[in-house]
Design a protein around this ligand. Sequence first.
Ligand code: PGA
Length: 253
Amino acid sequence: MRKPFVAGNWKMNTDSRSSVELAQGVARGASGLAGDRVSVALIPPFVYVQSVVRAVSSTGVAVGAQDVYIESKGAFTGEISPAMLKDIGCNYVLCGHSERRHVIGESDELVGKKVMASLGGGLLPILCIGELLEERDAGQTEAVVTRHLETGLAGLSVDKMSAVTIAYEPVWAIGTGRTATPQQAQEVHEFIRGLLADMFDKKLADEARILYGGSANAGNAKDLMAQKDVDGLLVGGASLKVDDFVKIIQAAA
Ligand code: PGA
């Protein structure tokens, strides 16, 4: 049985006060569920990670970072290492979010190195993959997802891979209000699981958690979660409101 997983990607939102209030509100609303029946992670901007870690300490809610660098320390101005995140109580990290790939310009290869470095530093990576609208329209969804998985997971043993979560986020659905239909999500999730079986083995593929992301909200969470291969949700906009995010956690549980 795969435990459902709901993660809230706050992106470049909140401030020092609202991040703590949001974290406390979610921990309160999800108590009895978070950690037990559903894995829950909050993913604030770097500068608020530590205060969010404190705000949710001894609740079942975990904390993640939105990005990480590939080296453990040294002359890399502006970057944050896996060891630093681990040091302040952060457990998860997003690797290859579409905004990092398409706005900041991260390559597939760099994303793969981030997954590897995160695992080396004891973090649990959430590898984000997904196609652009023009790629979907051109029938390239499976090719893009395959490329993202093969480069993102390059060189990982089955053992290491078991610590990785996959998030399928079609770029055309992110922040657009245009959610993939549950059937569209299921189709790609099933394809991803098959690919994981080919790349690693069937047992690992059966146990791997594959999240859907892209305009997931309190209204559509249940239908998305009802799909056989949808194991959780990576939520952007709707993770910024306590009530909405708690409803999504409840739907997942
Ligand atoms: P959204 O963002 O829920 O606002 O579409 C999802 C994501 O980018 O992870």
